[in-house]
Design a protein around this ligand. Structure first.
Ligand SMILES: Cc1cc2nc3c(=O)[nH]c(=O)nc-3n(C[C@H](O)[C@H](O)[C@H](O)COP(=O)(O)OP(=O)(O)OC[C@H]3O[C@@H](n4cnc5c(N)ncnc54)[C@H](O)[C@@H]3O)c2cc1C
Length: 390
């Protein structure tokens, strides 16, 4: 599938908006809070994105979506600042949640929940992970302990969740729970007295509205028509969200690391040590060269996986390989950028420090690297077994 001129033009407009309007916000003190000040800043940036015609550029309110290859060219550009996705409404978890609702939501669900997310005036949360202390779902989703049962026309849900990005202040929640039939997925209005924030722990990242909350769910009653799909199909629906959501994280973080490389390059070309610009010292030049190679590898992996998804495949294996490869490469790139910039690299004076801090968690969410490799190794063994003579 080719990338349309429309998507290329959109990507150019998104990049211009991020560079001209969003980057100045990187020094705004409201940036460093998960709470209300950051939300206020996001709404302010979104009004500007709306005026510039770059708000929610990748999906329509009825769920129609750019192809994945087109999404890549747009989301990479929105990621040029860590604040860009928030401003353009291409950020996690809203972007993945909008994709899911657009794909599996009934017309009523789209109208009630997707429309306000698409308009960029509400936030959402995806509630799957559960506390380790409780023995709940983490790297292994089959350990899910949040339960749901039918009572008349309602499902009743009880359980605990953790690391729920954006839960504080969200208006839409997608909740996963287990019934007798298996995993189920529900879409609910937030806030809800039955969904209580236990705490919002300090985390390595900033600039995530709502932070990553620990949640208690107590006697949550959800009308039956707010289940997405059928009882027992929850993990299937999670799969629909999984590959595109993994890939869009790769896109946004690639944009951030392209920018970090620009800043590190500028530093290395201007700053001198031992009688010449840093970049002319092999140790520094090689780090920037290695980064250039890794950035291209990331771009190609994303484009390859996007092409697979555009054929209609779930792309589970491809997105798993891409997620590992890109998250590990981007961590290395961000680390190299910090190193090239010496002390400046660890200060908040440039966005490189934030990119380095925040990209770290990408090696964990949407499946830790080790889990993807473990699952790939199982597949390799299966294939080997099948190839053996009977
Ligand atoms: C910033 C951030 C945002 C998040 N946002 C959300 C959200 O919005 N909604 C949500 O539901 N969840 C969210 N999560 C949770 C995330 O999906 C989980 O952290 C992830 O699935 C891992 O689960 P866990 O933390 O319980 O790790 P554990 O299950 O305790 O695993 C710990 C480590 O064990 C290792 N490991 C596990 N299994 C294997 C294996 N088979 N082979 C080898 N090693 C293995 C891995 O190194 C792994 O990192 C978020 C997490 C972070 C860090």
């Amino acid at each position: 599938m080719t990338i349309s001129q429309h998507a290329l033009d959109l990507a150019d407009r998104v990049e211009a908006f991020v560079r001209e309007v969003v980057i100045p916000y990187e020094q705004d003190p409201r940036r460093d809070h998960h709470g209300a000040p950051l939300d206020a800043m996001v709404w302010e940036m979104r009004e500007k994105a709306r005026a510039a015609g770059v708000l929610t550029p990748h999906i329509q309110s009825n769920g129609d979506h750019l192809s994945q290859r087109e999404t890549a060219v747009v989301l990479i550009r929105s990621g040029l600042s860590p604040l860009g996705p928030l401003a353009c409404n291409t950020n996690a978890p809203d972007e993945g949640n909008m994709y899911l609702l657009g794909h599996v939501g009934s017309p009523q669900i789209k109208e009630r929940f997707l429309a306000k997310l698409h308009a960029g005036r509400a936030r959402s949360a995806f509630l799957m992970t559960e506390p380790a202390e409780w023995g709940g779902a983490g790297a292994d989703p089959s350990m899910m302990k949040t339960l749901c049962r039918m009572e008349g026309n309602h499902w009743v849900i009880d359980g605990q969740k953790c690391f729920i990005t954006g839960a504080e202040g969200a208006e839409v929640g997608i909740v996963m729970a287990k019934a007798e039939q298996g995993a189920c997925m529900f879409v609910v209005d937030l806030p809800n007295p039955a969904i209580r924030t236990v705490d919002v722990p300090n985390t390595i990242d900033s600039s995530m509205p709502g932070g990553h909350a620990t949640i208690a769910i107590e006697n949550l009653r959800v009308p039956a028509d707010q289940m997405l799909g059928q009882a027992g199909e929850g993990f299937q629906y999670a799969q629909v969200r999984l590959s595109p959501a993994r890939l869009s994280h790769c896109m946004r973080w690639l944009g951030a690391c392209i920018r970090a490389q620009e800043i590190a390059t500028d530093y290395a070309c201007r700053r001198e040590a031992f009688g010449k610009p840093l970049i002319e010292h092999e140790g520094v030049g090689f780090m920037l060269a290695e980064n250039r190679i890794l950035l291209k590898q990331c771009e190609l992996m994303i484009d390859w996986c996007a092409g697979v998804l555009d054929t209609g495949s779930l792309g589970t294996v491809e997105s798993s390989m891409t997620k590992v490869s890109v998250s590990e490469a981007l961590m290395k790139i961000a680390d190299n950028c910090v190193q090239v910039m010496g002390g400046m690299g660890v200060t908040g004076k440039t966005v490189v420090e934030q990119v380095f801090r925040e990209v770290r968690a990408f090696r964990i969410y949407d499946g830790p690297t080790e889990v993807h490799k473990w699952s790939l190794a199982k597949k390799i063994k299966r294939e080997w077994k099948q190839a053996q003579p009977a």
